[in-house]
Design a protein around this ligand. Structure first.
Ligand code: G16
Length: 544
């Protein structure tokens, strides 16, 4: 009888959010992501899934974040967050894809057959969903569809309105494990800013560290959260000027972390490059961060996720050594990591590096193999994941206050949002490290020189024809593509290139690096042309 009732509820409520088109929408690198106008029925179904996910886990909090992050404003999407603050489990990703693409008529029975029965879910038991959304205008109506899905099952909902993605991860994790902090937005602000303030009030007077930063909020929620931090942190410690704050201009349009990283230039609205200032670009939902500055020749210099990862590794690795704690530390990158960064971490820092496929869910998983696992994608998405063993060891050791390195290490466990890449947490951690070391951005940048590199996008008829292996470094299908790429790469000194279908945009991404910028650009164009020719390119062929 209970199943009949549930089917009736789903049937009745789904009619408010019917599937109006037959475009296939899959759960990709970071959830469902496509044009906002295609997503209403997907959001309703995500509401159902999130409530049932929580109920399948004994009522633990589950997160739902409505955002298309770095994508242009007309796109939207949704990511689900599991109880420890990690990305949704892979079997539920598959289920979500299958449920999102059923007809309205098939949906009620599928909820029973694919979720209720196999996972033995008591759908009338208690459940809890935390909901957040970014600043996209379309997010309001899409949130309503999620709320309707949750209400249809009958499940507690806490709606955090406009919030960054990493805050949702923090809230979910801390709600399910109180030792991580207070599960409120205020708790998040206080935890991170408290750690930051304490690190930055220690030690001798600084002579090199410059406390002025300019933050590009990508015209999104990052600007709002950054403002809250600026109000929380004493301006004697750090002077935060926020630009692209959403007061004018479109989300991610010619600003933000993805724009800066992909184009390797500064947002054009910053017409007067100021020397000696650190510029910091966030992305549309504040889970990625890129630093840049202008050197003494006024040349633009970018410090991406790889540079942040090496800074974290060097500093946290140093603190672990000085604290005498027995903790393993390792670093995880994706294929996009600059070859120079990998060499520096392995050869100079002596820290092990592994490579995982694109998507923080894969990197995070790999990082959990260490007591302190640092992971970053070159695009600025990453964090340091502290195991529960390392958190309690560090906390206990810091209590006596005897060893300043141990105390500082403990404060970094407060500053760093360990659940997921968090632009603002990463920013505070970078600033705290620069402060602690009394470094300028040039000091940081001078540790190793990036190999010149280039990223391109190629449009193809169907990007799913491309499959890859070896952490996305080799193309498996279509046959013959990889050998063509190998032949092209062999012509270039220090050449490396790979291609992979994006999981967030309808494009194929091509990455190349080589000894000079001109060669990296040329290699990238040549490989793009291979993709265009052998993988069904559409539009203009990349010129070589
Ligand atoms: C998301 C993922 C990242 C990934 C990026 C691009 O970032 O969380 O791990 O690197 O998409 O993915 P792809 O190359 O598959 O399109 P965000 O910031 O957009 O959520």
């Amino acid at each position: 009888a209970s199943e009949v009732l549930l089917k009736q509820y789903v049937t009745d409520n789904a009619s408010q959010h019917p599937r109006k088109h037959d475009t296939f929408i899959g759960y990709g690198t970071a959830g469902f992501r496509t044009g906002a106008d295609l997503l209403d029925h997907v959001m309703f179904r995500v509401g159902l899934i999130s409530a049932l996910r929580s109920k399948s886990l004994g009522g633990k909090a589950i997160g739902v974040m409505i955002t298309a992050s770095h994508n242009p404003e007309p796109d939207n999407g949704v990511k689900l967050v599991d109880p420890l603050g990690e990305m949704l489990a892979p079997d539920w990703e598959k289920l979500s894809t299958s449920l999102a693409n059923l007809s309205d008529d098939e949906l009620p029975q599928a909820i029973i057959e694919k979720l209720i029965k196999p996972y033995s879910i008591d759908w009338q038991a208690p459940g809890l969903v935390y909901l957040g959304r970014d600043t996209r205008p379309s997010s309001v109506a899409l949130a309503k569809a999620v709320i309707d899905g949750i209400a249809c099952i009958g499940c507690e909902l806490i709606d955090f309105d406009v919030v960054s993605t990493p805050i949702v991860h923090y809230l979910v994790a801390s709600r399910n494990d109180e030792s991580l902090g207070e599960p409120t937005r205020e708790g998040y602000l206080k935890k991170l800013s408290g750690g930051f303030r304490r690190v930055c009030s220690q030690g001798k007077e600084k002579t090199r560290y410059n406390p002025t930063i300019k933050v590009d909020g990508a015209n999104g929620v990052g600007a709002i959260v950054m403002k809250e931090f600026a109000d929380e942190i004493d301006s004697d410690i750090i002077k935060i000027d926020i630009v692209y704050d959403g007061s004018s201009g479109r989300l991610n349009h010619e600003c933000g972390a993805d724009f800066v990283k992909v184009n390797q230039t500064y947002p054009p609205g910053l017409i007067t490059p100021e020397k000696a200032i650190r510029f910091i670009s966030l992305d549309g939902d504040a889970d990625r961060v890129i630093y840049f500055y202008f050197d003494s020749n006024n040349a633009f210099r970018m410090l991406d996720g790889d540079k942040i990862a090496t800074l974290f590794a060097e500093h946290l690795g140093g603190l672990v050594k000085q604290s005498g704690l027995s903790l393993s530390i390792g670093l995880v990158q994706s294929a996009y990591a600059n070859g120079s960064s990998t060499n520096y971490i392995q050869d100079v820092l002596g820290i092990p590096v592994s490579c995982a496929p694109t998507g923080v869910k894969y990197l995070h998983h790999e990082a959990m193999k260490y007591d302190i696992g640092i992971y970053f994608e070159a695009n600025g998405h990453g964090t340091a994941a502290f195991s529960s063993k390392s958190l309690s060891l560090i906390k206990d050791a810091a209590k006596s206050g005897e060893n300043p390195a141990t105390v500082e290490l403990y404060e970094f466990t407060n500053i760093i949002n360990s659940t997921v890449g968090d632009a603002i947490s990463d920013l505070l951690a970078v600033e705290a490290i620069l402060y602690s070391r009394d470094w300028t951005i040039e000091d940081w940048d001078s540790k190793y020189a990036d190999l010149p590199n280039k990223l391109m996008k190629v449009l193809v008829k169907d990007r799913t024809v491309i499959t890859t292996a070896d952490a996305e470094r080799k193309v498996v299908t279509p046959e013959g593509v990889q050998s063509k790429i190998d032949n092209v790469v062999a012509k270039y000194k220090n050449g490396r290139s790979f291609v992979r279908p994006s999981g967030t945009e309808d494009v194929v991404r091509v990455y190349a690096e080589a000894d000079t910028k001109a060669n990296a650009d040329k290699l990238c164009s040549e490989v793009s042309a291979v993709v265009f020719d052998l993988c069904g390119g559409v539009g203009a062929r990349p010129s070589v």
